[in-house]
Ligand binder design. Structure first.
Ligand SMILES: NC(=O)c1ccc[n+]([C@@H]2O[C@H](COP(=O)([O-])OP(=O)(O)OC[C@H]3O[C@@H](n4cnc5c(N)ncnc54)[C@H](OP(=O)(O)O)[C@@H]3O)[C@@H](O)[C@H]2O)c1
Length: 371
């Protein structure tokens, strides 16, 4: 049995809140750690049923993120316990931290990770103990070990290591559905992709180019121009007032077939102005804030435009779609069409620093956390 600390007696294990943050420091001193995991002081063995996690108890800035000890349930029917080796950081983590996308609190942040299956519950057929797996879209990823629905896990093939997997599951499957299902990008089309040097941007721009499109990427600062150029963009533009005119120049006056806009409030109008008549605006994020209300008539006056506001969750809801999306992603990486350059790595305990860097636009490519 693991030692029972005074903090544990005051806060018996349960599915959610376990320890008050002020208790955690003394507990961590009382127990050893190996690579940031809870270990028993005498044997050095991992403490069963417990994990380190990064949680929020209120919405706000990066300082809301606190490292705490949480319980991990034994896998029930249809569940698996995964020892996580790398965890992806995504802009949605920031929306959830700030409350733009509110969560029931306290909450462990994080949507994607890769690791090894340690145990499975009854009825699990998709994966087995010892498999390398990854997932996206399951809130609670900022932890070293967790129990999850097995049907949301995808087996990792050779050639996709843990860090790459943690960097691509959410961002790469997003690129997959945006380019192949929201709109099927075809050879000869011209697309505009905002935040082209970012996590989703680097994957999507390389993939779109492999599909034969002319890729016009946008970036927010001159130092990112080259990064975007090296990740699939035929042309890279700064997101300033000249953007629609520059896009028209590059498309022989026609305008782009599709604009993929994850920046939101700051670029929405310009994105509409970049499109050809009957072009499609795919508004899929709010990095600068949500797009304000507007009149649908605007779409008519700007050329009978189409607008969609998709989310990954609806494109991988069925297991068959999840597996097909992940396999398509693994295939373009293994074929060398999409190169994954992990931009920044932080220890899990420094998740707050990772958030501060991502939201202040100082990162390029995917950011990961290492437990
Ligand atoms: N709907 C979906 O299914 C779905 C799924 C995944 C991701 N997303 C969205 O895709 C976007 C990219 O996600 P990511 O995790 O890969 O992040 P990211 O692109 O690595 O980072 C966001 C980028 O947005 C740009 N940006 C523009 N204005 C900004 C502002 N005011 N504050 C912060 N950033 C700003 C920055 O690039 P520049 O400096 O170059 O402008 C920044 O690097 C996010 O908006 C996310 O919500 C949507």
């Amino acid at each position: 049995m693991p030692p029972v600390s005074p903090a544990r007696r005051a806060n018996p294990p349960g599915p959610t809140v376990l320890f008050r943050p002020e208790c955690v420091a003394s507990m961590l001193e009382a127990r050893g750690t190996v690579a940031g995991r809870l270990t028993q002081p005498d044997t050095g063995a991992f403490v069963p049923g417990m994990a380190y996690a990064i949680r929020i108890h209120r919405h706000g800035g990066p300082d809301c993120l606190v490292r705490e000890e949480v319980s991990v349930s034994e896998p029930g029917p249809g569940e698996a316990r995964v020892r996580q080796r790398a965890i992806g950081v995504n802009f949605i983590d920031i929306y959830q931290r700030t409350g733009l996308y509110p969560l029931a609190l306290p909450a462990v942040l994080g949507q994607e990770a890769a690791g090894v299956v340690e145990a499975v519950g009854s009825g699990v057929t998709e994966i087995a103990v010892g498999d390398r797996v990854a997932y996206a879209g399951l809130t609670g990823g900022y932890t070293d070990v967790r129990t999850l629905p097995a049907e949301r896990l995808v087996k990792l093939p050779m050639g996709i290591d843990d860090e790459i997997a943690a960097a691509i599951m959410l961002k790469g499957m997003t690129a997959e559905y945006l380019l192949r299902r929201t709109h099927r990008v075809s050879p000869g089309e011209a697309i505009v992709f905002h935040a082209a040097a970012g996590g989703v941007g680097q994957i999507a721009c390389q993939w779109a180019r492999a599909l034969g499109a002319t890729v016009i990427g946008t970036v927010g600062s001159p130092e990112k121009l080259d990064v975007a150029r090296r990740h699939g963009c035929d042309h890279v533009l700064l997101t300033d007032a000249s953007l629609p005119a520059r896009v028209r120049e590059l498309t022989g006056g026609a305008g782009a077939d599709v604009v993929y806009d994850s920046v939101g409030r700051d670029t929405f109008e310009a994105s509409l102005d970049c499109l050809r008549p009957r072009g499609l605006l795919v508004s899929f994020g709010n990095a600068s804030g949500p797009v304000p209300a507007f009149l649908p008539l605007v779409l008519t006056t700007k050329g009978s435009l189409f607008l969609t506001r998709p989310s990954l969750v609806h494109y991988v809801a069925a297991r068959a779609d999840l597996v097909a999306s992940a396999e398509a992603l693994f295939a373009v990486i293994r074929a060398g069409h999409v190169r994954i350059d992990v931009g920044r790595r932080f220890p899990l305990a420094e998740a707050a620093r990772a958030h501060a860097e991502l939201e202040s636009r100082r990162t390029t490519g995917p950011t990961i956390l290492l437990p």
